[in-house]
Design a protein around this ligand. Structure first.
Ligand code: CA
Length: 226
């Protein structure tokens, strides 16, 4: 999962990015409205944290323009406490949720998990496929109830695939959702990571669809004709 943080307060931006990276997300950051708008317009994020008071271009204008051009990613806005009209304007401009400043980082993390989950059409924070369980809250992977040790990168890969069970995901889509902007991206490494993950899981839930990408399905089911 790849997120964008748009916040002009440098300390707060750093804290947010640090906490989100720690929670296993790939994170891009912007410090003003113009840069934030551009990133959200051009990059495919799984969710965005958007401050409303930004230099250059305010958060409401950024958000309404994204929605106008059809960008649908979930957006969590950061509002000043007691500014109820900010919340109303935010929701009317296309926000999916808000957190008032000052906030607890745990609340941001929980709300983002819920937004990402809901935009994938899922009801629970624990994803399951056959004997594999992925706990997005604890950041754990279990196979038949036994915890499996995975790297943060492998976790991100499995989490993205399991949020989109039953849909073929191309390697380029994975690259776009697993790495931040500054990462030296190479879609060949995806194959290596998928291979490692398969070995660790020991069950066949990630199928390779020749020429198209990967598909997470219950073990034993047949892949769709390509
Ligand atoms: Ca601000």
């Amino acid at each position: 999962m790849r997120l964008l943080v748009v916040e002009d307060d440098r300390d707060l931006n750093r804290q947010l990015v640090g906490a989100l990276e720690q929670a296993g997300y790939a994170v891009d950051k912007a410090f003003d409205g113009e840069e934030g708008f551009f990133l959200g317009e051009t990059e495919p994020y799984d969710a965005v944290v958007l401050d409303l008071g930004l230099p250059g271009r305010d958060g409401i204008s950024v958000l309404s323009e994204w929605r106008k051009i059809g960008r649908k990613m979930p957006v969590l806005i950061l509002t000043a406490r007691d500014r109820w009209n900010d919340k109303v304007r935010g929701f009317d401009s296309g926000a999916d949720d808000y957190v008032a400043k000052p906030f607890h980082m745990e609340e941001i993390l929980a709300r983002l998990r819920a937004l990402v989950r809901r935009s994938a059409g899922l009801a629970s924070s624990e994803l399951a496929c056959g004997p594999v369980r992925l706990d997005t809250k604890a950041g754990r992977v279990l196979v038949e109830g036994n915890p499996i040790k995975v790297t943060s990168h492998e976790f991100r890969l499995l989490s993205y695939l399991m949020h989109h069970t039953g849909r073929v995901i191309s390697r380029s889509e994975l690259v776009e959702h697993l790495y931040d902007q500054d990462f030296d991206r190479d879609s060949n490494t995806i194959e290596v990571f998928v291979g490692r993950l398969r070995k660790k899981l020991g069950v066949d839930i990630i199928q390779t669809i020749r020429g198209l990408g990967y598909l997470v399905v219950e073990p034993g089911s047949t892949p769709p004709a390509a």
